[in-house]
Design a protein around this ligand. Structure first.
Ligand code: ADP
Ligand code: MG
Length: 249
């Protein structure tokens, strides 16, 4: 099943915003989409208006093997969500002693009927949850904020992907870099994007996601950008990104 992990150990770079709105954009293009929230902060889950604290089952119970992924999946219009909640914060420790601990998500997703896209929203660390995403995925998208020090930490991230590729998941590739929170008026932003392009060449999506306040507001209404402000710049950007991502395969 085409599975993409959105990773960056930095917080605030747009992983969750991109997972939600790329997922929603792909759904608008009539793709079947499953979003998996692997962050104990459950921003993706709440951002889609799903009350994480009221859920009977989340990805945590799935990883522990207590329920199947299908039992925990919530359908939200045209998107399906495997939600998270704060209880997932125990997972890094609780699951660390399990045999095959890096493969728990891969096994859980293997039983599902196939979807066009599965997007994995990762926590801001390179711990066990992110490792589970990297073994379950074939591809990695890295959201990068076009600001000073955007590339700092990149070699650690790439090392981690390469170690996983060598030892656990030979199919894994970094296939897309998403430039986020871009402000064309700022020279620095443009320079940083040029640096990212030099470093990653054609892996950088042509579509840059502009800094757009509606993207920051939508989650507090539990809405995707297409529901909240379908005509705003953020919606245009994420639809263009979705078209590019769909066309790349
Ligand atoms: P991460 O998941 O990497 O920690 P988020 O997607 O949660 O990052 O984004 C961090 C913050 O920045 C959030 O408050 C989000 O609403 C806001 N944000 C993300 N992308 C944009 C954007 N393009 N324009 C404006 N605000 C954004
Ligand atoms: Mg996040």
């Amino acid at each position: 099943m085409p599975t993409i992990a959105l990773i960056n150990q930095k917080g605030g770079v747009g992983k969750t915003t991109s997972t939600i709105n790329l997922g929603a954009g792909l759904a608008m293009l009539r793709k079947s989409v499953l979003l998996v929230d692997l962050d104990p902060q459950a921003h993706l889950t709440y951002g889609l208006g799903i009350p994480a604290h009221e859920l009977e089952y989340t990805v945590y119970e799935v990883l522990k093997g207590e329920v199947t992924a299908q039992e925990a999946i919530v359908r939200r219009d045209r998107i399906e969500v495997l939600p998270s909640s704060l209880s997932l914060s125990a997972a890094e420790v609780e699951l660390s002693g399990m045999a095959g601990r890096e493969f728990l998500l891969k096994e859980a997703l293997a039983g599902l009927p196939t979807r066009d896209f599965v997007l994995l929203d990762c926590p801001p660390s390179l711990g066990l949850l992110t490792l589970n995403a990297l073994t379950a995925a074939q591809e990695v998208f890295i959201p990068l904020q076009a600001e000073f020090l955007a590339l700092q930490g990149m070699s650690k991230l790439i090392d981690t992907v390469n170690v996983v590729k060598r030892r656990l998941n030979p199919d894994l590739t970094i296939s897309g870099i998403i430039g986020t929170q871009f402000d064309a008026r700022k020279n620095l932003n443009r320079e940083v994007v040029e640096k990212i392009r030099e470093y990653f060449a054609d892996k950088l999506f042509e579509t840059l996601i502009h800094d757009n306040v509606s993207l920051a507001e939508a989650p507090s209404y539990g809405q995707t950008i297409f529901e909240y402000r379908p005509d705003c710049r953020g919606a245009q950007d994420y639809l263009a990104l979705s078209r590019e991502a769909a066309a790349r395969r």
